[in-house]
Ligand binder design. Structure first.
Ligand SMILES: Nc1nc2c(c(=O)[nH]1)N[C@H]1C(S)=C(S)[C@@H](COP(=O)(O)O)O[C@H]1N2
Ligand SMILES: [Mo]
Length: 505
């Protein structure tokens, strides 16, 4: 009969899904040996991140925040399952369509791995393993499923075979995961121990904080995180090297001991992300510990023709920073190895990163930094510049209302409005608040810590019951008042006044 040599829909879909699972697991385990990011799934995900247009990336960051990567991985997983089911369903009569689709998926993995800037040519064995295993597993499962129609015996055989493939894929995948975590970077970080700077940052004065606001120093675990890494690079301190080269008199090659062995300095710095919307959360302050980048550049001898420091991370992300800003002693840019007394957390760049006061992170704050090349602007475009963001990224003067947060309810009587304002390297001169479009009222400013950090402010209004809208604007020491004009983060940072809508009871 004609129907007897067609696979049932469920069996056909199962064949597709199991073959793809086996393929991914095989690639994952091989990647465990040649480098975690060679795993085809991660390589495709990382490529997707790099190819995603800026507007979509912004949307993802805005909508899903720090979970954007979980959403991406989940979405990819779902897409692959759908793909596998379709491949299975198309192959009810002959395995050919499924074999073709399995190969296409495998080749996608190969292409993604070959395109990763952080992977060598050897890494291609991981997606190749996926390709081969995917095709073989599909063929094998399909045969077994076809034979299954003939007897109860063969039915059981297929159940065993498919169960075996499922368990095998799970075990292999798990083993691959174990291998990827084998680099004991947590141990390496623990071995570094607490970092004591030779020159400690001055203590934060009492009057720098107002109640209800974020703490002046952000705890490491609360520090905002923005990067393109699907999996956090696992680089041990003992494996870390930094090369400073390009337009220099003497090339420098440093290891972790070279940095740790120098007198460490500590500086209180507020970092900000260019993709922070008005009122957004991507701003935090830390006591960064490291060595002045200026000292390293002086040692290397930067040639006069160089105006860009092109820095690269171990995972191939890049930033271009003005040499003039790095040489500016007052600004005090760091090659940082610590935050708040601890070695950098893995997500914040362990073993070493750059921190440059006054510049958005995308042009300056390279985490897991391993290479610095002195170049000329325009000759070597960096990661976000290539994607349409501004070549220079000075932080714009901004302010944010933290109290009361939007849609909060507060008791009637005197109502305190409070928040933060920032104008790194320039300093905040004045913060003004108004309610419901009324007259601007000058806020009290917290004690200034230095001009590279945010400044807290607060002020009080007598408000009647009902809903009210507070707006804030800051003026920096250059006399520049924040413009009301709203512009989006791309290409060089959002502007506009933050407002908070709240209810007085
Ligand atoms: N290697 C690497 N470094 C990076 C990035 C990245 O994607 N990869 N993002 C930059 C951006 S856009 C910002 S705002 C800061 C954020 O640093 P944080 O995650 O420690 O807050 O890191 C910068 N350094
Ligand atoms: Mo950023």
């Amino acid at each position: 009969m004609d129907t007897s040599d067609r696979l049932g829909k469920r069996v056909a879909a199962l064949v597709g899904v199991l073959a793809v699972a086996a393929a991914l697991a095989a690639g994952h385990v091989v990647a465990g040996f040649v480098g975690p990011n060679a795993s085809p799934f991660l390589a495709v995900g990382n490529t997707a991140i790099d190819l995603t247009p800026s507007w979509l990336k912004n949307f993802a960051v805005r909508t899903f925040g720090t979970y954007d990567k979980v959403v991406l991985l989940g979405g990819m997983g779902l897409t692959i399952v759908v793909f596998a089911v379709v491949a299975g369903l198309l192959s009810r009569r002959t395995p050919l369509p499924g074999l073709v689709l399995a190969s296409v998926l495998g080749l996608l993995g190969v292409a993604a791995v070959l395109n990763r800037p952080d992977l060598g040519a050897l890494a291609v064995v991981a997606p190749l393993a996926s390709l081969v295993v995917g095709v073989v597993a599909f063929r094998f499962l399909h045969n077994s499923a076809r034979a299954r129609g003939s007897s109860d015996e063969s039915r059981r055989t297929f159940l065993k075979v498919s169960g075996g493939v499922a368990v095998g894929a799970g075990v292999l995948g798990g083993f691959g995961q174990f291998l990827s975590g084998r680099v004991d970077v947590e141990g390496s970080r623990a071995a570094v121990g607490r970092l004591t700077p030779k020159v400690a940052a001055p203590a934060i004065p009492r009057g720098a904080e107002f109640p209800g606001n974020p703490t002046f120093i952000t705890q490491n675990r609360d520090f905002y995180r923005v990067d393109t890494a699907l999996t956090v690079p696992r680089l041990r301190a003992e494996d870390w090297h930094l090369r400073i080269h390009g337009l220099v008199d003497t090339e420098l090659n440093l290891d972790y001991g070279d940095i740790r062995g120098r007198p460490l300095v500590e500086r209180t710095i507020t970092m900000t992300c260019v993709s922070n919307e008005v009122g957004g959360p991507y701003i935090s302050t830390s006591n960064f510990i490291g060595i002045p980048l200026r000292d390293l550049l002086m040692e290397a001898g930067v040639q006069p023709s160089a105006d860009q420091l092109f820095s690269s991370s171990i995972d191939g992300w890049t930033a271009g920073t003005p040499v003039a800003d790095l040489m500016d002693q007052r600004r005090g840019a760091l090659l940082a190895i610590g935050m708040n007394g601890e070695p950098l957390p893995l997500e914040h760049g362990f073993p070493a990163r750059m921190v440059v006061p006054g510049l958005y992170g995308y042009v300056s704050a390279t985490k897991w930094v391993v290479d610095m090349e002195l170049t000329r602007f325009g000759e070597k475009p960096f990661y976000w510049e290539e994607r349409g963001w501004g070549t220079r990224g000075p932080i714009k003067t901004q302010s944010r209302i933290d109290v009361p947060r939007g849609f909060a309810s507060v008791p009637a009587g005197p109502v305190t409005i409070a928040g933060i304002a920032w104008a790194q390297t320039v300093g905040i001169a004045r913060v003004e608040v108004r309610i419901d479009g009324g007259a601007w009222q000058e806020a009290d400013l917290g004690v200034e810590v230095n001009d590279q950090t945010w400044r807290q402010w607060q002020t009080t209004f007598q408000l009647t019951a009902g809903s009210h809208r507070a707006e804030v604007r800051a003026t920096d020491r250059r006399g520049m008042a924040q413009t009301e004009m709203r512009v989006p983060p791309i290409p060089d940072g959002a502007t506009g006044w933050h407002s908070s809508l709240f209810t007085v009871e």
